[in-house]
Design a protein around this ligand. Structure first.
Ligand code: PGA
Length: 249
């Protein structure tokens, strides 16, 4: 089943968040995909209550690598589990830019998430300059090589990678499916070299995914799903994406 992850970023009041969850869980389409919703931290408990008993999974937009201590403002893996999360984004490019998240911190977050039974969704992607100068493959190698450092093949299999080229996020200019598939292949090879994981690594594409282009990333391509920002906010647009994916097979 295709994975559709909804990254709400800094959007939605609790009321809006709950009404989105109510609308999406009511659709039979939501049972034919693996839907993961990633609300703001403060909306997680209310969305968890609304989604209780449904097949829609819940995740957070970040996770810290320590379980407790003098870490003001951080949220621990077990706190997220307690709140009903099964997933956590790690090192989204907006957090890399605004909050100083880096590959080393991502590695610590990934290990801590796995240790407590959360599935990390590790975000990697090149910027516009790295793409236009042809240096994007090297830029990405650094990200997944450090991110997967010290992980066994079994642990690596539990990580989801989200390939999100920075130039495609929120720009209305998505990478085309062939570009995304090429990078997915390189990521699989790199993670195999680092961890020995031969198959089964799940990879999402993210960056300006919308109802009219979502099907192109699934089906025959190397991707297992998509991570969607803007087009995930409106429940009817999100449901249109589910419909496009389910129709696609
Ligand atoms: P977008 O965001 O769908 O608005 O491009 C994707 C993301 O940042 O996860």
């Amino acid at each position: 089943m295709a994975i559709l992850a909804a990254n709400w970023k800094l959007h939605k009041t609790t009321e809006d968040a709950v009404s989105w969850a109510r609308a999406v869980k009511a659709s039979p389409l939501a049972r034919r995909c693996e839907v993961i919703v990633l609300p703001g931290f403060l909306q997680i408990p209310a969305v968890a209550r609304e989604l209780h008993g449904s097949q829609i999974a819940l995740g957070a937009q970040d996770v810290f690598w320590e379980e407790s201590g003098a870490y003001t403002g951080m949220v621990a893996p077990t706190q997220l589990r307690d709140a009903g999360c099964a997933y956590a984004l790690v090192a989204h490019s907006e957090r890399r830019r605004l909050a100083g998240d880096d590959d080393r911190g991502a590695n610590a977050r990934i290990r801590a998430a796995l240790a407590c039974g959360l599935t990390p969704i590790y975000c990697v992607g090149e910027d516009e300059k790295e793409r236009s100068t042809g240096r994007f493959r090297e830029a990405l190698v650094g990200q997944y090589d450090v991110g997967f450092e010290g992980l066994s093949a079994q642990e690596a299999r539990r990580v989801i990678v989200a390939y999100e080229p920075i130039w495609a996020i929120g720009s209305g200019q998505p990478a085309n499916p062939a570009q995304a598939a090429e990078i997915a292949g390189a990521i699989r090879d790199g993670v195999f070299a680092r961890t020995g994981l031969e198959s089964g690594l799940r990879i999402l594409y993210g960056g300006s995914v919308a109802p009219e282009n979502v099907a192109g990333y699934l089906g025959d391509t190397a991707m297992d799903g998509v991570l969607v920002g803007t087009a995930s906010l409106d429940p009817s647009e999100f449901l249109a994406m589910l419909e496009a994916v389910v129709d696609d097979g």
